[in-house]
Write a protein that binds this ligand. Structure first.
Ligand code: ATP
Ligand code: MG
Length: 370
C-alpha cells in the first residue's frame, strides 16, 4: 500500500512550504521565504492562559530526533509550538465533521485536526462513522471485520469504552473504529428504538475524560450522519476549493436546522475549513472569497493547502503530523487546531488581534446557498 498515492509532483510540497500556502483568502498576509513561525505565534496578552504548561518553558526536542534540513527545523518549531498548549474547553466539545459531498477532505481533516489537538495537549477521541473506515486506517487502527467497532455500539448497544483504542504514536489520541459491518447499519438502525440518538447515548455514557470528540461522517445524509448531528453540538464543514464547492451545502444546512429544531437544540455550524487550497490557481482564491462572503466568522483564517504529504500519510497509517511534522500540511492543521481551540473559549484571532466572538453570528448562513 505504501506509496500508492502519488498524484502530484514531489516539488509541490517544498513549493507550498516556501509559499506558506496554508493561509489563504483575503485575510492573507504574504509571508516571503521559509516559514519560521506560526501566524498565530505573536498572541496578544488578551489571550487566555495555556493549560498544562507552566510558563511555556518546554524546549523543543533535540535535533537528533528529527529529520535533517529545513524540514527538521520546521518540525522542531512545530512541535515546540504544539507543546505550548492551548486553552482546555470546560466540557467535552463534540465536533461533527460533515459534508455529503464525497472526497472534500472530511476524513483527512478529522484525523489531522484530532492529532493536532492532541499534540496541543488535549485528550481527543475520533469516532469513525464511515463504513469505508478511512479514519481508522489513517490512524493506524486495526479495523478488520472481527474488531469491536462503532457498529456494535450503534446496533448492539455495546459501551463505547469497549471499542475505543489508543492511537499509536500520538499521546492523548483515541479512536472508535469502523468496520465494514457499518455498511449495513443505515438499514438496521431504521427498526431500532431511538434510532437517531444511539450515538448520543453512547457518548453520554462514556466516562473517560475528553477535551474533544471528532466524528468523521460518511458522504451522505442518512441515519449515520443524523446520529452524529444529534450527538454533537458543533458542525465543522470542510469545503474543497474547487468549482461547485458550495453546491449541495444548502441541503446539509437544512438538515442541521431540522436536527436543531427537533432533536438537538445545541447544534450549530461552528466552523468552515477550506481544504486542498492551491494558492497558484485563481479558482481557489475565488472559491475562498465566495465561501468567506457566505459564511463570515465561521470560516477559519487558516486554509489547508493541497499537499503531497497530506495525501501520502494515510497509506502509512499515520497522520501528517507524525508522517512529516514540518510539512506545510502539518503546520496548517496545527494552526487550524489552534484557531478551533481558541474559538472554543470565545476568541477569534485574525492574525494580529484577538477578538471576542459574537454569541451567535450564523443567522445569515443559508442566504444564497442552494
Ligand atoms: P469521503 O467522502 O469519501 O469520505 P472525504 O471527504 O473524507 O471523502 P478525504 O478522504 O479526506 O475526503 O480526502 C479525499 C482524497 O483527497 C484523499 O485521497 C486524500 O488523501 C486527499 N486529500 C485530502 N486533503 C488533501 C490535501 N490537503 N492535499 C492533498 N490531498 C488531500
Ligand atoms: Mg471520508
Amino acid at each position: 500500500m505504501a506509496g500508492s498515492v502519488h498524484c502530484e509532483p514531489e516539488v509541490e510540497e517544498s513549493e507550498s512550504l516556501r509559499s506558506d500556502a496554508n493561509i489563504a483568502g483575503p485575510m492573507t498576509d504574504p509571508v516571503p521565504g521559509p516559514r519560521t513561525e506560526s501566524p498565530g505565534e505573536d498572541v496578544s496578552p488578551a489571550m487566555p492562559p495555556a493549560y498544562g504548561q507552566e510558563g511555556h518553558t518546554e524546549t523543543p526536542p533535540p535535533m537528533d530526533d528529527a529529520p535533517v534540513g529545513r524540514a527538521a527545523q520546521a518540525a522542531v518549531q512545530a512541535m515546540g509550538r504544539a507543546r505550548e498548549g492551548l486553552p482546555r474547553p470546560d466540557q467535552t466539545r463534540v465536533i461533527v465533521v460533515a459534508n455529503q459531498k464525497g472526497g472534500v477532505g472530511k476524513t483527512t481533516t478529522t484525523v489531522n485536526l484530532a492529532a493536532s489537538l492532541a499534540l496541543h495537549g488535549g485528550r481527543v477521541l475520533v469516532i469513525d462513522l464511515d463504513p469505508q473506515g478511512n479514519a481508522s486506517t489513517a490512524l493506524g487502527i486495526d479495523h478488520h471485520a472481527e474488531v469491536p467497532s462503532i457498529y456494535d455500539v450503534l446496533v448492539d448497544s455495546k459501551p463505547l469504552s469497549d471499542i475505543v483504542q489508543p492511537v499509536p504514536d500520538v499521546e492523548g489520541l483515541f479512536c472508535a473504529p469502523a468496520t465494514i459491518d457499518l455498511a449495513g447499519a443505515e438499514i438496521e438502525l431504521v427498526s431500532l428504538v431511538a434510532r437517531e440518538s444511539r450515538l448520543q447515548r453512547a457518548i453520554q455514557a462514556y466516562e473517560q475524560p475528553l477535551d474533544y470528540i471528532l466524528i468523521d461522517c460518511p458522504p451522505s445524509l442518512g441515519l449515520l450522519t443524523v446520529n452524529a448531528l444529534v450527538a454533537g453540538a458543533e458542525v465543522l464543514i470542510p469545503i474543497q476549493c474547487e468549482y461547485y464547492a458550495l453546491e449541495g451545502l444548502g441541503q446539509l444546512l437544512r438538515n442541521v436546522d431540522l436536527v436543531r429544531g427537533h432533536l438537538n437544540p445545541k447544534l450549530h455550524v461552528s466552523t468552515i475549513l477550506l481544504t486542498m487550497y492551491d494558492g497558484r490557481t485563481r479558482l481557489a482564491s475565488q472559491v475562498a472569497d465566495e465561501v468567506r462572503s457566505h459564511f463570515g466568522n465561521e470560516v477559519l483564517r487558516t486554509s489547508i493547502p493541497r499537499s503531497v504529504r497530506i495525501s501520502e500519510a494515510p497509506s502509512y497509517g499515520q497522520t501528517v503530523l507524525t508522517y512529516d511534522p514540518g510539512s506545510s500540511g502539518s503546520l496548517s492543521y496545527l494552526e487550524a487546531a489552534r484557531e478551533i481551540a481558541l474559538r472554543g473559549v470565545g476568541v477569534h484571532y485574525d492574525g494580529q488581534h484577538a477578538h471576542v466572538l459574537p454569541a451567535n453570528n450564523q443567522h445569515s448562513m443559508q442566504e444564497g446557498i442552494q
